[in-house]
Design a protein around this ligand. Structure first.
Ligand SMILES: [Zn+2]
Length: 343
């Protein structure tokens, strides 16, 4: 498995900043075709290796070869040694990582880049995933538009701990859509771009928190995670209104699913992607087909009304619970594997 730890480069002395800037700028010039610039040999090799057809308008990160990455901790900071042209042994730069470095991990090819005048390092660690833990209950996750994830725990067919996570995503998206419209009317394109970056960061922060909460809950209760496979969602919403299609088509379901799978693998929690056909319009009590009078509600002709998101989450969890005894234990399974297992 690979884990990227983002680090900010901090407290650069004037001298070190000048040296780093020179190396970085020379890399850009080298990629723009100036073959004679002063660049550390390994940095040059990495550039040739990774950037086959560089675009002149883009800035490219400095690729750090894994065997040249030298990382050590001093009193308060971590220090990274960066090899540069003209300074024997390179320069030591202080960095602050956004999370702890994983233990027993090897370093892979990493990147140093500049944004808005500041330097950052993305360090890539490689390590073995922990063994999978066979759970005896299922945490069903229904990804939706109103709340980004509704979850429910099925333990011996008992429905427990309904949760609604990430409600704020919709608000963030609406607010930014409104802002963007207003800025576009005034022709402020650069501001629009900055606003979009900020929106993505804010949404991502929520997604990270939601995925962490889901995986921790599954880990604590030794559960499998069952999650609706949304690869068909765009097709499915074709028949519905334009507005809804825009919202659903842009929702960050794929990013959230990816984060859940990744975090689950880090902890040895197995994940099953469930074909979510009919899970939103089937009654979790009697199995009859019902309908949704609104986004929020599900109505069964016999049993009455339920919360639509929870009804979906229960159906998704049930699809996996039925097969628990037969399930092949693998990191991420899909439903065809389930059908095969039960046949
Ligand atoms: Zn029913």
């Amino acid at each position: 498995m690979r884990l990227t730890v983002k680090c900010g480069v901090v407290r650069l002395t004037k001298r070190k900043r000048a040296i780093l800037e020179a190396e970085y700028d020379n890399l850009q010039r080298f990629l723009n075709g100036e073959r004679g610039v002063r660049l550390y040999s390994a940095n040059r090799q990495q550039a040739v290796r990774y950037y086959k057809r560089p675009k002149p308008s883009k800035e490219y990160p400095l690729s750090l070869r894994h065997d040249l990455i030298d990382l050590h901790k001093a009193k308060t900071f971590w220090f990274l040694r960066v090899r540069v042209h003209g300074v024997r042994g390179g320069i030591r730069i202080p960095i602050i990582p956004h999370r702890e470095f994983p233990k027993d991990a090897e370093l892979g090819e990493s990147k140093l880049f500049r944004r808005h005048g500041n330097f950052y390092v993305n360090l890539v660690f490689k390590f073995d995933a922990p063994p999978l833990c066979r759970g005896n209950s299922v945490l069903g996750v229904d990804l939706g538009e109103r709340v980004i994830a509704a979850t429910v725990l099925l333990q011996n067919s008992w429905i427990k701990r309904p949760r609604f996570l990430g409600r704020e995503v919709r608000g963030i998206r609406r607010h930014h859509a409104w802002l963007r419209r207003r800025l576009q009317e005034r022709g402020l394109k650069r501001v629009v771009k900055r606003i979009s970056d900020r929106e993505k960061r804010r949404v991502d922060a929520v997604l990270h928190r939601v995925s962490k909460e889901i995986v921790e809950m599954a880990d604590r209760t030794t559960s499998w995670i069952a999650i609706g496979d949304l690869t068909g969602i765009r097709r499915k919403t074709k028949t519905k209104g334009k507005r809804l299609r825009r919202i659903v088509g842009n929702m960050p379901f794929h990013r959230l699913t990816g984060m859940i799978i990744y975090k689950a693998m880090m902890r040895g929690v197995p994940v099953v992607l469930v074909n979510e056909a009919y899970t939103s319009i089937t009654c979790h009590v009697c199995g009859r087909r019902g309908f949704r009078p609104s986004q929020a509600r599900f109505r069964c002709p016999e049993c009455g009304e339920f919360n639509a998101d929870l009804n979906g989450a229960i159906n998704i969890a049930r699809k996996v619970e039925r097969h628990l005894g037969y399930m092949p234990l693998c990191g991420v399974a899909c439903e065809p594997a389930l059908d095969y297992a039960s046949a």
